[in-house]
Design a protein around this ligand. Structure first.
Ligand code: BGC
Length: 744
């Protein structure tokens, strides 16, 4: 794959002696400026060679230019670990024995850390795994905004807030790309649910587009310097997003100056002419499976393959777009496959497991903790009863393209058992039977989860054992099967599946020392919230899941995660559902679904706050085993100019007995504005680490950008003069103090 020198040598040998270059051509000179290398390579390529680098040659690779010693490009899923090698033309794994990886926590968990250093660690570490596996492009991270809790793919994204997602995606991209592995930020854009994902045409106003759905992509491109981006499956303006003139030509490449490669989602290309003119650069996963479908070589029949070449040869289209696309792909190859400086990477290194565990530790959210139920007090504890399928079920297999072949995955039960001291028994009972499958593209969990007992029998067993346990911990939530947290389908409702509510209520009655650990990438309904003293949101945590969960339950780590999305009480408390927008309306005599984002900019907490709908757990909420006291927030001035700044400072003290971390959040409100604005919007956050008794300041610098809204009539960001309110707090529904200031 990467035998550059050998390939180059072979190319040279194949040429007649007189043509052997005397000195190394510019495109092969790693010291030469990349644009010179690109132009040099391009000038040497034939028409056919230029077309050949614009489409796949296998499931996950595209061709290089063998004659010039330019290597092929290898992509891989996905955002949470390096996908096992697949067969050349198939989704099925190839059955290698040396491609097991570290599974990192899902991106919802990363977002829940509210710690950009964790995003840097994540990107850097997964980049080393990709590099080791010879992959040049990592298909991730995903930053589609969490619009509805039904979206099957929310677990792969970074929550509902554009500011948080933007701040978290940038270090991920930078850390990853430092390894010479390109980020492929996905799925650009407006792919906010899975149902009808190939046929949904999103309709929304420019305010929502620019204020909510684009900022994280823009930050990834402009601040993170992402080298590639993946078009989404669905449509906008009646054009598929993999060849969408406005989104790709006008916004991404035009307004943002993106110089990287637009890669289609697999099978997201539908039309050669649109692909040529509307910004697609590299086509993957089209209709053919390369074997039973297609004529001679199926990959030649990709939209950007022979059909493109034919149009050029017949004179119907010119070569301007071709050169632009080829330049971008060459640039990507030089940045990745042909950059030897980052070294060779590493797979399954101890440091990678440590990173996965730290990210998990920091992302777990303590939602509720009455009577200081957690951490578990082990003095005098003889028996902990663990109940629930998710205590044992492997979660790294399934869920769609992010499915992994993890070298190991520590279950919550095993993690807890390993962490408790000798003499404490951890007994397990099933509680409920959910999903017993465990296979994805040839990777199997090897678990036999079959249990034929009835729900009543399982509950009776759990309740009987719960009565004489010192603690009862229920592990439930969702899993990676269809209609759960899984690609290509959405959830059927907000409720927990498999009648888990009944099990939880029964256990709450049986034992007051009770905690529920919800494992999911989505908000779930909790009709039993008042019955249960302690609730933990634990996400999909990957290889180190059980260790991270035990760290939190036993208090080895003080929880510091905060929710990156709102947990609504009921589905209709969410704007996408309250407005009747989801999942859109099917057009007559057509496959297309028109999906209008009727809630506009009021996504997530913006909807709840503005409409005054109390959530079950608010955006930004998360408790600690210690207490934090917030002092009064102060501003360094009362007035600010459009090109100036204002600094808000708030002292925070750890008033409890253990060290802890607190995410201090800053929200801005614009009480009077010519266009409607949400009640408040996140514009800053700081994670402070405080020892008992220690005080530190959270300091926020506000610029006019933080006060602006997108004015669709002017097509620009506008900060209007007048009064603004800065609210500082521990969650979007827990504001500790406010400061007013004026924009002059
Ligand atoms: C998914 C992408 C993924 C690609 C390749 C598609 O179905 O939407 O996120 O990267 O497959 O596996």
């Amino acid at each position: 794959m990467k035998k550059l020198t050998i390939l180059a040598l072979a190319a040279a040998i194949a040429l007649p002696m007189s043509a052997v270059p005397k000195k190394r051509p510019v495109y092969l000179d790693p010291e030469a400026p990349i644009e010179q290398r690109v132009e040099d390579a391009l000038s040497r390529m034939t028409l056919e060679e230029k077309v050949r680098i614009l489409h796949a040659q296998s499931k996950f690779s595209s061709a290089g230019v063998p004659r010039l010693g330019i290597p092929e490009l290898w992509t891989t899923d996905g955002p949470h670990g390096i996908r096992p090698e697949v067969l050349w033309d198939e989704w099925d794994q190839a059955g290698w024995t040396n491609d097991s990886c570290v599974a990192f926590p899902a991106l919802t968990c990363l977002a829940a850390t509210w710690n950009p250093d964790m995003a840097d660690l994540y990107g850097r570490t997964i980049g080393e795994e990709a590099r080791y596996r010879g992959k040049d492009v990592l298909l991730g991270p995903g930053v589609n905004i969490y619009r509805t809790p039904l979206n099957g793919r929310n677990f792969e994204y970074m929550g509902e807030d554009p500011y948080l997602a933007a701040k978290m995606v940038v270090p991920y991209v930078q850390g990853l790309q430092d390894n010479g592995v390109a980020a492929c930020v996905k799925h650009y854009a407006l792919n906010n649910n899975e149902v009808n994902r190939h046929t949904t045409n999103v309709i929304l106003d420019d305010r929502a587009l620019y204020e909510i759905y684009l900022p994280a992509f823009k930050a990834a491109v402009q601040d993170g310097g992402a080298w590639s981006i993946m078009g989404a499956y669905n449509l906008y303006n009646d054009e598929h997003l993999c060849h969408n003139r406005r989104m790709l030509n006008d916004i991404l490449k035009g307004e943002w100056g993106f110089d990287g490669v637009v890669i289609s989602d697999w099978g997201g290309t539908h039309d050669t002419r649109q692909a040529i003119t509307n910004g697609l650069d590299l086509e993957f996963g089209s209709w053919t499976n390369g074997l039973s479908a297609g004529t001679r070589n199926a990959y030649d029949n990709y939209y950007l393959a022979k059909p493109y070449l034919d149009l050029i040869k017949s004179g119907e289209v010119g070569t301007e777009e071709l050169d632009d696309k080829a330049r971008r792909v060459l640039r990507l190859i030089f940045r990745t496959a042909m950059d030897s400086r980052p070294g060779y990477g590493a797979l399954c290194a101890d440091e990678h497991y440590d990173a996965a565990r730290r990210i998990g530790d920091e992302g777990i959210v303590l939602l509720k903790n009455d009577n200081a139920t957690l951490p578990l007090k082990l003095d005098g504890t003889k028996k902990i009863l663990v109940v629930g399928e998710n205590a044992v079920k492997m979660m790294t297999v399934g869920g769609g393209s992010s499915s992994l072949k993890a070298q190991h995955e520590i279950s919550p039960l095993d993690g807890l058992r390993a962490a408790v001291p000798a003499g404490v028994e951890v007994e397990y009972v099933r509680g409920y039977v959910g999903d017993v499958t465990g296979e994805y593209n040839g990777v199997t969990t090897g678990q036999d989860l079959k249990d034929d007992r009835s729900a009543d029998e399982l509950i009776a067993e759990a309740v009987a054992k719960a009565k004489d346990a010192d603690y009862v911990i229920f592990f439930g939530g969702l899993n990676k099967s269809d209609h759960q947290d899984c690609e290509d389908s959405d959830r059927a409702g907000l409720e927990l599946p498999y009648d888990q509510d009944r099990v939880i209520s029964a256990l709450a009655k049986a034992n007051p020392n009770f905690a529920v650990v919800n494992i999911s990438g989505n908000a779930v309904a909790m009709p039993w919230v008042k019955e249960v003293p302690a609730i933990v949101q634990a996400w999909f945590l990957g290889s180190e899941a059980g260790n991270s969960i035990a760290d939190i339950l036993l208090g080895k780590v003080n929880p510091s995660g905060k929710l990156p999305m709102t947990f609504p009480v009921a589905l209709n408390d969410n704007g996408a559902h309250a407005t009747g927008s989801y999942p859109g309306v099917k057009r007559d005599n057509s496959d297309i679904w028109d999906l209008e984002y009727k809630e506009g900019i009021l996504v997530g907490y913006r909807w709840h706050d503005t409409k005054k709908i109390k959530p079950l757990f608010a955006f930004g909420h998360g408790l600690s085993y210690t207490d934090f006291a917030y002092g009064k927030a102060t501003a360094d001035a009362t007035d600010m100019t459009a090109d100036g700044t204002i600094t808000i400072t708030v002292p925070v003290t750890n008033t409890g007995k253990v060290a802890g971390e607190e995410v201090v959040q800053l929200y801005i409100s614009d009480p009077k504005s010519s266009l409607p604005r949400p009640a408040k919007e996140l514009k800053g956050f700081k994670k402070l680490s405080l020892k008992p008794g220690e005080t530190a300041n959270a300091v926020f610098t506000i610029t006019a950008d933080d006060l602006s809204f997108f004015d669709p009539a002017k097509h620009e960001w506008v900060a209007e003069k007048g009064k603004f309110v800065a609210s500082v707090g521990a969650a979007s529904d827990d504001i500790k103090s406010t400061v007013n200031f004026n924009l002059k």
